[in-house]
Structures are given as structure tokens and as C-alpha cells.
Design a binder for this molecule. Structure first.
Ligand code: ZN
Length: 375
């Protein structure tokens, strides 16, 4: 299941990458290939009731990946106000057809023709004269409206690269290219196995890094969260249960962020400002919520690909061969049950030494981006 998801993600990444130039191409491809702690979630069946279009949501979830489910979401319903199903449905319709003032095709098309109701008719209002049957026929094959519809659809779903450009103030993948600074980041922790080993290496080299934690794992491993903070590292929000955000409504996205914020706030004394979406994926509507709530999305432009269980040599090569000023490096400090991150741990000392030897300073993401770590 997970493998299936990844290849889909990578495909999408390539498609995104074609639209943007230079380094962004591989950046986006990398963005979509990483973050593999989805195995923490085993069930997608506990989503809160009343969420919009549940059958479609579940179908999409099960069709794409079991690993991106939302097992932890069951506990969310106590904290969050849900809209009625009707309201949610209306909202989704609005999302899928933002340029149209018409909420649903059925309401605007010829009621006598069920087939026509399924056809795209974004702006047929002037032709809907009840006295003119010809007008009704005419509206069946409106060349321009179809084209407009296609344009609207193309416009509706921006690629990650396009979103990054459009929302560059709140969607980051690197710092200033000119600076001799690089930020190491570690996702999916904390755990009791790999995170402590990574902390040991960072401590030995006196390097501060940024850990994007899962709320669920922070709850389960509070002592490791404390150690991360005490040793001077920065903590970011990596969702509660590692779902694929693009399969979530804005409300569900908000739940994942808010719940994790609350957990981390209680443990570390601040609400992390930085969010890293699982798999690097996010929708435009979620980005807008992110900006409105003063969070910042931080992806990466160097992927160690360590989630594949690579050797130390492979991991260090993937990082060092791409190292450059302003880079944000993705690694993992915890994985799924069958994930082996020993390569990450074994590579880290070499990576740090080499990057430093090349004249770079290793900094946290807030230092690199000149942002506050907290809200
Ligand atoms: Zn992840």
C-alpha cells in the first residue's frame, strides 16, 4: 500500500516539477517522495462523523494509501466543532468550483435533461430563456464555456511548485541561496530508538537541528521531546497522525495542526510556528488557513531519501552532493515498524563534518529563514 502511494506521489512530483525551472524541479520531486511514518496509522475508519462526503473521502484514502490514514483522529471530535453535513457539502462544492457562483450544476441546467446536468455549463444563464427551446439546445455544446471550464479546472488545482510561488511568504523550501548556512531537519519522531541516537550525534558535534514531530508520538515519548528541547533544538509540527493532507478537508487539516500544537505547547512551552506537511503535500485552501493562522510551511530542497532504508554512504551522498547555501535537508528521526533508519544515524557524523568542512554553518530552520520558532 505504502509503496503504491509513494509511486503516485513521485509521479505527481514529476508532473509538478515540469512546470517550474531549475532546482525547483528536483525539489518538488523530492518533496513528494519523503516522509514515511504513515505506518503509525493503521486505520482510516475512525474519522469523526459528519465530515463531508465520507464515502468519497474513504474511497480516496483507501485507494491511495492505508498508511496515510488518520487513526488518531477519533479523539479529535471532542475538541472540534463540526459543521453539519449539509454545510460541509456546500463548502466542498465551493472548493471544487471556486470560479463559479453556481453551487451545483443540477441547479442551473435544464431540469428536463438529466444528461445535460452532468455536462459542464458554467455560465449558461443568458441562454436559459424559457420561451426559447433553441437556446436550451444551444447550451448543450457551448465551445467557450467548455474551454472556460477546463481553464477553471486547471486553475483550481495548482501544483506544489505553483503554490510555493504563490504563497512564498508562508511556504518555504530553503533559505537564501547565498548564505553559507544549511539546516538539518528530522521528521516523524520522536521515538525511543533512532531519535536518541541522532541527538547523541548532534550533541557530539554541537549542532542544533529542527525536529518536526508527530503529535501522536510526542504524546507517547514525552521524555524524548524534553531531551530535544533541552539540547537546544527547535520543534515543528508534523501533524498528529501523519495523514496525507491533500486527502483532508481544511477542517480536518486544522484538527491535525491544532491538536499537535496543543500537545507540543503543553510539553515544550511554546506553540511551534513551523509546520511540515507529511509527504510535503498541502492544498491551497489549507495553505490559506495556514497563513491566516500565522503558521509557516517548511518543506525541504535536499532529500536524504533515508526513509528508503539506505546505507550510511547513500544517505551521506544524497545530502553532501546537493549541499549548498540556504538548503533545508530532510532526514527522519523515526520511522514505521519496518523502517530501518540506521543509515541516517550512521551517516550523520560524516554529513556534519563534511558540511562544516565546506564552510557551511549548520543552523535551525528559524535561524535559516529568520523566523520565530513559535507563534
Ligand atoms: Zn513525515
Amino acid at each position: 500500500m505504502r509503496r503504491g502511494y509513494r509511486s503516485k506521489g513521485q509521479d505527481r512530483g514529476l508532473s509538478s516539477g515540469r512546470r517550474i525551472a531549475g532546482a525547483a524541479v528536483w525539489t518538488i520531486a523530492l518533496v513528494l517522495s519523503a516522509c514515511s511514518a504513515g505506518s503509525t496509522s493503521k486505520s482510516a475508519s475512525q474519522d469523526p462523523p459528519g465530515i463531508l462526503q465520507p464515502s468519497q473521502e474513504q474511497q480516496e484514502l483507501s485507494g491511495s494509501t492505508g498508511s496515510a490514514g488518520s487513526a488518531g483522529d477519533a479523539g479529535l471530535s471532542g475538541r472540534v466543532q463540526f459543521s453539519t453535513p449539509a454545510k460541509q457539502y456546500r463548502f466542498i462544492v465551493g472548493q471544487s468550483d471556486p470560479a463559479s457562483p453556481i453551487p451545483a450544476p443540477a441547479a442551473t441546467t435544464d431540469p428536463a435533461s438529466p444528461l445535460q446536468a452532468a455536462a459542464p455549463v458554467p455560465a449558461p444563464a443568458p441562454t436559459q430563456t424559457p420561451t426559447s427551446p433553441a437556446a436550451s439546445v444551444k447550451s448543450k455544446k457551448p465551445a467557450i464555456p467548455v474551454q472556460r471550464q477546463q481553464e477553471q479546472q486547471a486553475k483550481r488545482k495548482l501544483t506544489l511548485g505553483e503554490l510555493r510561488h504563490k504563497y512564498s511568504d508562508i511556504f518555504k523550501v530553503n533559505g537564501q541561496p547565498g548564505v553559507k548556512r544549511i539546516a538539518l531537519t528530522f521528521d516523524d519522531g520522536p521515538d525511543q530508538l533512532y531519535t536518541p541516537q541522532i541527538l547523541d550525534v548532534l550533541k557530539a558535534h554541537q549542532v542544533k537541528a529542527t525536529f518536526f514531530l508527530l503529535g501522536k508520538r510526542a504524546e507517547a515519548n514525552p521524555n524524548i521531546v524534553q531531551r530535544i528541547v533541552q539540547e537546544g533544538h527547535v520543534i515543528g509540527n508534523h501533524s498528529y497522525s501523519h495523514p496525507l493532507f491533500t486527502k483532508l478537508s481544511v477542517e480536518e487539516y486544522k484538527q491535525q495542526i491544532d491538536r499537535t500544537s496543543a500537545i507540543l505547547q503543553a510539553q515544550i512551552g511554546y506553540t511551534p510556528k513551523l509546520i511540515r506537511p507529511p509527504y510535503g503535500e498541502i492544498t491551497e485552501e489549507q495553505l490559506q488557513w495556514t497563513g491566516s493562522n500565522r503558521y509557516v510551511i517548511v518543506n525541504w530542497n535536499i532529500d536524504s531519501l533515508d526513509w528508503k532504508g539506505l546505507s550510511a554512504d547513500q544517505v551521506s551522498h544524497n545530502i553532501i552532493s546537493h549541499a549548498r547555501g540556504g538548503a533545508i535537508v530532510l532526514q527522519h528521526s523515526a520511522g514505521g515498524d519496518k523502517q530501518n533508519l540506521s543509515g541516517t544515524v550512521a551517516a550523520l557524523s560524516t554529513v556534519i563534518s563534511k558540511i562544516k568542512a565546506d564552510g557551511y554553518e549548520l543552523v535551525t530552520v528559524p535561524q535559516l529563514l529568520k523566523l520565530s520558532k513559535q507563534m
